[in-house]
Ligand binder design. Sequence first.
Ligand code: TSJ
Length: 643
Amino acid sequence: MKRKKEQDAYTGDKIQVLEGLEAVRKRPGMYIGSTGPKGLHHLVYEIVDNSIDEALAGFCDKIVVELLPENVILVVDNGRGIPVDIQPKVGISAVTVVFTTLHAGGKFGGGGYKVSGGLHGVGSSVVNALSEWLEVHVFKDGKVYFQRFNRGAPEEDLKIIGESKKTGTQVAFKSDPEIFKETNTYDIEVLKTRLREQAFLNAGVNIEIKDKRDQHQKDESFCYVGGITSFVDYIHKKRALGVIHPQVIKFFNKAKNDTAEVDIALQYNDSYNELILSFANNIHTTDGGAHEDGFKRAFTRVMNDYARRHNILKENDKNFTGEDVREGLTVIISVKLKDAQFEGQTKTRLGNAEIKTLVDSVINTEMSAFLEENPAVAKTIFGKALAAARARDAAKKARDMIRRKSVLESAALPGKLADCQSKDSELTEIYIVEGESAGGSAKGGRDRKFQAILPLWGKMLNVEKARLDKIYGNEKLTPVVTALGCGGIGEEFDVEKLRYGKVIIMADADVDGAHIRTLLLTFFFRFMKSLIEKGHVYIAQPPLYRLTKSKKHYYAFSDAERDTILSKLGSGIDIQRYKGLGEMDSGQLWETTMDPETRTILKINLEDAELADETFTILMGDKVEPRRKFIEENAKYVQNLDV
Ligand code: TSJ
């Protein structure tokens, strides 16, 4: 029996060793998710994560990330420097092992939990395997060590190339064009967002980013002594949300055996949305998991307990729901734990059930204590929760009424909808069109086999201020809900029932059009999120100009394009500027904007929609100053300021 066991273990080890960097180059997607821009950015995070680990170990407080010309990335830290000594087992330097062995990361660290590790936690050898070249400098023991790799293979052994008093690690790499579709798609804003987030999650670490490709980009450095407290602050300021109590509330708890810790910061604002951002080992767990579930459960219980004890909820009142007590709440949950288990398709859900207990106990003791010690804040918070509970009640009544009504009317499709003939949602599209006259042109121009038209008009309601009940009752958006056929909004929305494969928003290229686009995207983002997640939402791109020369028409979709066409055609040309969709006749609208053969439509992803949500909050919020600032900053992008 014993012999057999040993044999099995041996076989297991062997398999691991055999899996070399060649496997990474053969199936890069398995290791970094994709070979598109996401994967490219992922390389940077993998390298930076190593420096963050060094910072968390207490040996480094400064990390610099540079984007260099030719798509080269440079990361430098002032830590101890990767160990250079020869590993007895393999007879090569630890540096070489780090860059040539899969999953070598963290092997040299002493105890504790290795916290970072990117989406897939694959480490620096994967970056090396996927780089045309990679160079590492280690500053250590008064010397400068250097090694260069080509597509993962060392050019020479690690060697000493000079002397230096400083310590640290410097890695430069150029992603391999044989692997990545494009290697020039580094987006400084994407990198900044991620590095800023990492600076929030690792309080006190200074992360600097420099874009050396572009003279005009100013360097930025992120360092937050307040950690996730500053994160909550930042979110509220950035979204121009007013807070309803002055201080961010912060909790911290550590497991007795030191295998896990929980960090939570929260604050209420005067909006009706909840925002929970959760992280496990510095990885954004967009699908939540044990830490988030634990928080929600404990938070709801603590809030109800307090409300009962203080007679905020009377004997006959029902308990608050989780949503009631989280309305307007922004929460950051950051847990660090040994052997984090990431689940789900995208590995963005934390599995470790044991973390629930830790989250539970910190909320139980500290949130209760906070409420007892801060009765004025408690009063404000529970005022909000009570309002939310009442609104929920009203929403339910409104919903029931609509259901009853729709049964009576046999769930009729909206009267304004010009439906298409096909019922095959793989092929069909619905155009949501602003304005009655544009709706007319679209109905005339469409291909009725697969294109449906739903015109909307009139002033829209303010989604930000309205709760579910108002949305249900609103005559402008109800037709959208019914036409899509997904059974409602929020929890009732079932994307599987969607009647059209593409939902295309078609609005004018002016301020009002931008407003309606923002509003619809915000509506989808908040109440039909999976519609966006599944990639069903698009923006139509109508032309801005029509140029006519000798009875031939040319359409321009931007000022630049207009100028190009002008310079090609020469002079006495007629230029028509389209102020609105309604100015185009059916034929023109089909030809320029609706014909799948010639049109351009813009696919909306979750980030786009989130941005719309933020814009919306600014545009609709009570605060005049951020709105004025937003309009000023964006005035130059707005084509047609008819104010
Ligand atoms: F992984 C990597 F090579 F890509 C990389 C590692 C890239 C960058 C930019 C930095 C680092 C890195 C590694 N910075 N700091 C460290 N530290 C260690 O590897 C280290 C140093 C000393 C000891 C020790 O026990 O003495 C242990 C470790 C893990």
